[in-house]
Design a protein around this ligand. Structure first.
Ligand code: BMA
Length: 329
C-alpha cells in the first residue's frame, strides 16, 4: 500500500535480533542510538516472552539492553540488560505502579546522554527523561503526567532550553485515537512548558490515526531534519503477524523544522520516507507492517536511520542528507 522513498537504502537483514543477545530475549526493537565517546551506542527494547509457542507471543516483561558498534552496522550486546524494571520501579516517582518501560530515544549534549522513555503505569502512560554517562547508572529526572509519550530531545538547546517533541494522547476530547505532535521546552529537564502544537494527523496524507516523533532530529544547514511515525488504520485488515488482529500500518515520514523556532515546519514530504516492504518489516514478527524510527545519525552526508521493524527486530537504512532535505522543501 505504501512504498519507501527512492532515496532510502535498506539492508537485507536487520542489525539486531534476539539471536544477537546473550541473555533471555524476545522482541528486540525501537532502539535509541547515538554516538558517544567515539562509538555508536544503542539502548534497545527487549520484550521478554512469558509464553512462546507456535507463532504465539505474549510479551511478558520488558527490559532495556545496551549494545555498541564501531561502524553503526555490526553491534555487540552487553552481557546483561542495562535497565530492568525491578531495579528502577520505585525511582519513577509514582510508587511502584509501573508495569512496563520501553521505547528509549537517545540524545547527547555536552557529554551527557539523555534518554527519553515511556512507562505504562496503573494510572496511565507517561513519558520520562533519564540521564546517564556510563550506560550502567541512570538518573530519572522527569516523568510527565499521563497521557503522553514518544518524547525526543533535540541534540542542542535553543535559547538555553532543552527542546522536546512529544505525542500526547487526547482521547477524551476527541473521542478516539487521533494523536498529534507537540513541542515543549525546559531549562532543567524537570519543568516543561511554553508548549506548542507542531502538526496533526490531518497534515499527513499517509496518516489517519496518529502522528508522533521518531528519532531525535539532526541539525543541517537548512534546519532540523527529523523523522516522525505515521499510522494508517485499516479496519478491514484481519490477522497480521502473531497478534490476533492488527489493523495498523506504521510508516516513517520526514520533515524539516526551523533552526531557531523549531515548532515551525519548513517543509514535510507528502509521502512516506520509510514504508514496510521487506519480509522482516511486513511478514515476519509479532506485528507486521511496522516501521518505528528511534535513531538518526549523520556521518558526513550519510544519514543512518534506525527503526524497529514489525515490533520484532531492529533495522537500519541509509540516505544522503541532501536528498532527505530535498524531499521536504
Ligand atoms: C506504538 C508503541 C510502539 C510500537 C508501535 C507499533 O503505539 O507501542 O512501541 O512499536 O505502537 O506497535
Amino acid at each position: 500500500m505504501f512504498t519507501s522513498s527512492q532515496f532510502i537504502k535498506k539492508r537485507e537483514k536487520p542489525v539486531l535480533t534476539k539471536e544477537d543477545i546473550p541473555y533471555k530475549a524476545g522482541l528486540i526493537f525501537n532502539a535509541g542510538v547515538a554516538k558517544f565517546n567515539g562509538k555508536y551506542v544503542m539502548i534497545f527494547r527487549n520484550d521478554v516472552p512469558d509464553v512462546w509457542g507456535e507463532r504465539v507471543f505474549s510479551p511478558g516483561s520488558t527490559n532495556l539492553g545496551f549494545a555498541t558498534s564501531d561502524d553503526g552496522i555490526n553491534w555487540t550486546s552487553a552481557k546483561a540488560p542495562c535497565l530492568t524494571l525491578d531495579d528502577y520501579r520505585d525511582k519513577f516517582g509514582i510508587n511502584d505502579r509501573v508495569t512496563k518501560f520501553y521505547d528509549p530515544r537517545l540524545t547527547v549534549i555536552d557529554g551527557i546522554v539523555y534518554m527519553c522513555f515511556a512507562i505504562d503505569t496503573a494510572h496511565g502512560v507517561c513519558g520520562g527523561v533519564a540521564t546517564t554517562e556510563d550506560f550502567e547508572h541512570f538518573d530519572i529526572k522527569y516523568v510527565s503526567v499521563p497521557e503522553n509519550r514518544n518524547m525526543v530531545i533535540f541534540p542542542g538547546k535553543i535559547g538555553g532550553n532543552f527542546v522536546r517533541l512529544e505525542r500526547p494522547m487526547p482521547v477524551y476530547s476527541r473521542g478516539r485515537d487521533r494523536f498529534d505532535t507537540w513541542m515543549s521546552f525546559s531549562p532543567d529537564l524537570k519543568y516543561w512548558g511554553n508548549t506548542k502544537f507542531v502538526f496533526g494527523v490531518e497534515d499527513v496524507p499517509f496518516a489517519n490515526d496518529k502522528v508522533g516523533p521518531g528519532a531525535p532530529p539532526i541539525l543541517t544547514e537548512k534546519g532540523w531534519l527529523t523523522t516522525f511515525h505515521a499510522v494508517w488504520r485499516d479496519e478491514t485488515r484481519g490477522k497480521h503477524g502473531w497478534e490476533p488482529k492488527w489493523t495498523k500500518i506504521y510508516t516513517a515520514g520526514i520533515m524539516l523544522l526551523d533552526k531557531d523556532e523549531p515548532w515551525k515546519i519548513l517543509g514535510m514530504s507528502k509521502e512516506p520516507l520509510i514504508a514496510p516492504e521487506l519480509p522482516y518489516e511486513k511478514d515476519e514478527g509479532f506485528r507486521t507492517d511496522v516501521i518505528f524510527p528511534g535513531g538518526m545519525l549523520l556521518d558526513g552526508d550519510e544519514v543512518k536511520i534506525y527503526y524497529g521493524a514489525a515490533d520484532t527486530v531492529e533495522a537500519v537504512c541509509t540516505a544522503d542528507v541532501n536528498d532527505l532535505i530535498s524531499l521536504c522543501i
